[in-house]
Design a protein around this ligand. Structure first.
Ligand code: ATP
Ligand code: MG
Length: 422
C-alpha cells in the first residue's frame, strides 16, 4: 500500500512547502484524510500539512502567508497561487462538556499529533520527500479490513468529543466500511455526550452522509446506534416498515441533499414539520423552504387523473425551476412504495414537463396586463379591487394560457366588472 503513496499525484506547491520546511530542519508530513485517500487510490479533496515548526517559524519560512488560525497552530501558505494549510503538531488538553478541548499544546512529535485524531485510518502521516509513512495505530491494516476503529479507547474518544460517533457512521457510509465492534458498542453508551453537540456540526456530517451513494447504509447505522433519535426522532420513531421505506427511497434518489431530505421526510411529516426539521438541522432558510414545498407536493401519485389546469396550478405552487427535484422525489418514493404504479406516474411527469415546457404564465407578473393596465381598464386607482381583478385574471390564464393577451384580458376584465357590479 505504501507503493500507492509513492506514486500518488501530489500538487507541486504542496511538495514545495514540504521541501522548504524539511530544508529548515523541521519534521513535516501530509496528514489525515489525504493520506487515507492516497492509500486507497482516491484523489484527495485537500492536502493538509503538519509540522513540528511553530506557527511563527512557518510564517517566517515563506514569503506569502495568511495567519488563518494561529491560536490553533494553522497557517495558510500561499505557494504558486495555491493555498496550503500548514498546522503545527498538536495535542489536546482535557475536554469540557464533550465539545472542545480546554487547551491545545504544540508538540515536536508527529505521533502525539496522530494520537489526538479520531480513527486509525485518519491517523496516518506521510512524508513524500523521505518517502516515510507513520502509521502507529494500524491505519493501513484497518483500511485493508475496511474498518472504522477509534484511535485508543472508543469510550474515551467518544466521551471527549460527542461528534465522533456521528463521524464514525459518516465515514462508514462514505467509504462503505464497517464499524469495529468496540467502536460501534461505544456509541449507545456515550449518547449523552452526543446530545451536547451543536447542530451546526451535526449538519455538516449529515450532509456528507446524504451525499454518498451508500446513504441507506449510513441511515441504518444511525438508527441502529441510537444517534438518529437525538437529531431526527421523527424518523427514528417511525414504524420499522415506514423507516425502511424512507431509507430505501433515499437510496433510490439522486445524490441531491434537498431531494434526499424531502424523500426522507415526505411520508412521515407534513410541510410545516418538514420546514421545522430543516431549520433545526441548520439548513439555510431557502433549503428548509424548498424541502417543505417538496414534501407538501410529494404524493403526486394521487394526482395522476387531474386536468391540465389543475396541474398548471401545481406548477405555479412548486415553481418551474423546482420541477426536476419534485419529480426526483416522487419517482424515488413510488419506486420503493408502489413500483406497479411507476408507468402511470411517469406519464404524469411527462405531462407536467410538457406543460412546463410551454412556459405558461403562472404568476401575476407574467400576465399580459400590468397593474397600471388593470386600473386603467377598470377606471379605478389603487384599491383592493385591483388585487381581486389580478387574481381573477391569473385564474383565467391558469385555466387557459391562450387567454394571456392584452386584448383578451381587457375584454374579460370588463365582463368581470359588469357581472360583479363593481
Ligand atoms: P473528508 O475527506 O471528508 O474531508 P477528512 O479525513 O479530511 O475527510 P475532516 O473532517 O476534513 O476529515 O478532518 C481532517 C482530519 O482531522 C481527519 O482526518 C482527522 O484526522 C482529524 N479530525 C477531524 N475531526 C476530528 C474530531 N472531531 N476528532 C478527532 N480528529 C478529528
Ligand atoms: Mg477534509
Amino acid at each position: 500500500m505504501i507503493a500507492n503513496l509513492h506514486n500518488a499525484d501530489i500538487p507541486k506547491p504542496v511538495l514545495e512547502v514540504i521541501a522548504r520546511l524539511r530544508e529548515l530542519g523541521h519534521a513535516v508530513y501530509l496528514v489525515g484524510g489525504c493520506v487515507r485517500d492516497m492509500v486507497r487510490l482516491v484523489p484527495p479533496k485537500d492536502f493538509d500539512v503538519a509540522t513540528s515548526a511553530l506557527p511563527e517559524e512557518v510564517q517566517r519560512a515563506f514569503r506569502k502567508v495568511i495567519p488563518t488560525g494561529i491560536q490553533h497552530g494553522t497557517v495558510t501558505v500561499v505557494q504558486g497561487g495555491t493555498h496550503v494549510e500548514v498546522t503545527t503538531f498538536r495535542s489536546e488538553g482535557d475536554y469540557h462538556d464533550g465539545r472542545r478541548p480546554s487547551s491545545v499544546a504544540f508538540e515536536r512529535d508527529i505521533v502525539k499529533d496522530l494520537s489526538r485524531r479520531d480513527f486509525t485510518i485518519n491517523a496516518m502521516a506521510y512524508n513524500p520527500v523521505d518517502r516515510e509513512l507513520v502509521d502507529p495505530f494500524g491505519g493501513q491494516s484497518d483500511l485493508k479490513a475496511q474498518l472504522i476503529r477509534c484511535v485508543g479507547s472508543a469510550l474515551e474518544r467518544f466521551s471527549e468529543d460527542g461528534l465522533r460517533p456521528l463521524r464514525a457512521v459518516r465515514f462508514a457510509a462514505v467509504l462503505g466500511f464497517s464499524l469495529d465492534p468496540a467502536t460501534r458498542d461505544a456509541i449507545p453508551t456515550t449518547l449523552s455526550v452526543f446530545r451536547k453537540v451543536a447542530f451546526e456540526r451535526i449538519h455538516d456530517e449529515l450532509v456528507k452522509l446524504l451525499h454518498t451513494p451508500r446513504a441507506e447504509l449510513g441511515l441504518e447505522l444511525l438508527a441502529a446506534t441510537g444517534l438518529l433519535d437525538v437529531f431526527l426522532p421523527e424518523l427514528a420513531r417511525a414504524t420499522p416498515e415506514a423507516a425502511r421505506q424512507a431509507r430505501a427511497a433515499v437510496q433510490a434518489s439522486p445524490v441531491d441533499v434537498e431531494v434526499r431530505m424531502a424523500v426522507l421526510l415526505a411520508d412521515l411529516v407534513d410541510r410545516t414539520q418538514a420546514r421545522d426539521i430543516g431549520l433545526r438541522l441548520k439548513f439555510p432558510n431557502k433549503v428548509a423552504d424548498l424541502v417543505a414545498i417538496l414534501v407538501e407536493h410529494a404524493k403526486l401519485e394521487a394526482r395522476v387523473g387531474e386536468s391540465d389546469p389543475a396541474l398548471r396550478r401545481l406548477l405555479a405552487r412548486v415553481g418551474l425551476p423546482q420541477l426536476p427535484q419534485l419529480i426526483a422525489v416522487v419517482r424515488a418514493r413510488v419506486q420503493v412504495r408502489e413500483p406497479d404504479r411507476l408507468p402511470e406516474v411517469e406519464a404524469l411527469f411527462a405531462r407536467l414537463e410538457a406543460l412546463a415546457a410551454a412556459k405558461p404564465p403562472l404568476s401575476a407578473k407574467e400576465l399580459a396586463l400590468t397593474g397600471g393596465d388593470i386600473m386603467a381598464t377598470l377606471g379605478v386607482g389603487p384599491s383592493p379591487i385591483v388585487g381581486e381583478a389580478t387574481r381573477f385574471l391569473l385564474e383565467s390564464v391558469l385555466d387557459d394560457p391562450g387567454l394571456n393577451t392584452a386584448d383578451t384580458l381587457k375584454a374579460r376584465l370588463k365582463d368581470w366588472q359588469a357581472r360583479s357590479g363593481r
